[in-house]
Design a binder for this molecule. Sequence first.
Ligand SMILES: *Cc1c(COP(=O)(O)O)cnc(C)c1O
Length: 494
Amino acid sequence: MSDQRRPAGRQPDLGDMDVGDFRDAAHGVADRVADYLDGLERLPVVPRVRPGDVRAQLPAQAPARGEPLERILDDYARLIEPNVTHWQHPGFMAYFSSTASGPAILGEWLAAGLNSNVMFWSNAPASTELEQTVIDWLRRMYGLPAEFDGMLCDTASVSSLLALVAARHAVPGLDSRRRGLAGRDDVGPLVLYVSAEAHMSIDKAAIVIGVGTDGVRRVPVDEDFRMRPDALRRAIAEDRAAGRQPFCVVGTLGTTSSTSIDPAGALADICQAEGLWLHLDAAYGGNAAIVPEYRGLFAGWERAQSIVVNPHKWMFTPFDASLLLFRDAEAFRAAFSIVPDYISTPSGDVRNYNEYGIQLGRRFRALKLWMQIRWFGVEGLASRIHEHCRMAQELTAWVDADSEWERMAPVPLSTVCFRWIGRGELSDDVVEAVNRGILEAVNATGRYYLSPTRLAGRYTLRVTIGNPRQTMTHVRGVWEALREAAADVVHGGS
Ligand SMILES: *Cc1c(COP(=O)(O)O)cnc(C)c1O
């Protein structure tokens, strides 16, 4: 083949990249990613770019003729890689860290090579059966009973949307799949219940399924930001009395702001008594159930109709991987299955995943999960998650021991919420301004990246730990950076 090699920089007129060229380039790309991971901590977590900076350097039009790969990769190295926010950086402690581990990145690469589209068994036999196996592995890892089956989705937003469609389909006599909801005078407005701290993905799902944001009842929380069962019971009774139709409760096990955990058992009792679907959003928190010691936090979740946990949030799986678990697979198939003539899905005892959700074509996500679960082992994953929680407890102890700082919420998992209060004589407005300044200063160091939230109306700083490359060096470092920033902001007079 070497004598037939095209001159460098020329693409073939037809056909794909030469496999030999691909092989060489793939080795180079592997080196590039390894170098990136190796050098991460020399980069600022958040790039110093302004809106439009990157776009201004990109051509307005796609090239008419193919370009040599070297030039494309050079541009990647110059324009793209340094100008993303580095989610892989151990100083990334904002939102929830979402880390792609080595073995799982390799699985993602292999899946890209296969390009297996996991619509139904016969066009993806091994991919379908590996997905079934991985889902059952994860179910056991979380300590959930064998009744739970499930599927892999892209995000928790979509997993919850699918669950709410199934919940709506399960409402007796509604027949929404066939009749829709618009223009119906035979049913009262549907209502679903979330805590005041629930994720906005549930509101979005309500928008999509025709319940609307008016149909989302926000139930008050207790002083630890957990949904109050008594308030839930009262809200359901009020809605029924007003002719509305409660159909679903969505509990959050690990809220996005403070990681508070709604009482799953109490919610399950109410749902059982009221005939409502219980969906649990455990996008981040559910991963902690891999650690047997933390399973008690989720007691009662095994009674839900559906649960979402995101391995891409705290199990070191590259984005995206969201696991939707359901107790009654038939409820999802009944809500979604359509089998047209142009898709001759195999019958018999095989899983045709497209019949359980919206997508026909589906990514082969099970491969990266399978590779990383095997490489780390269940105990290896558990010990890393346990260590994250332990490090969060150390930070919690430092915050609690320093009278100039105030903790804003309990720390059940690996996220600590707090704020600077100084000597305690300042107004909330001044305290908020100082904390905004602290956040800005810490983020400006480039070594750490934090995101704020608001708890009980108060501006709150948040440190979340969840990257397997994070160590106490990073936790000590961010605490030091916070205290230095506080001193600078206060004495700098802002
Ligand atoms: C992050 C988060 C979500 C949304 O996750 P996506 O996978 O990005 O859609 C939903 N619920 C909770 C509690 C979250 O923390």
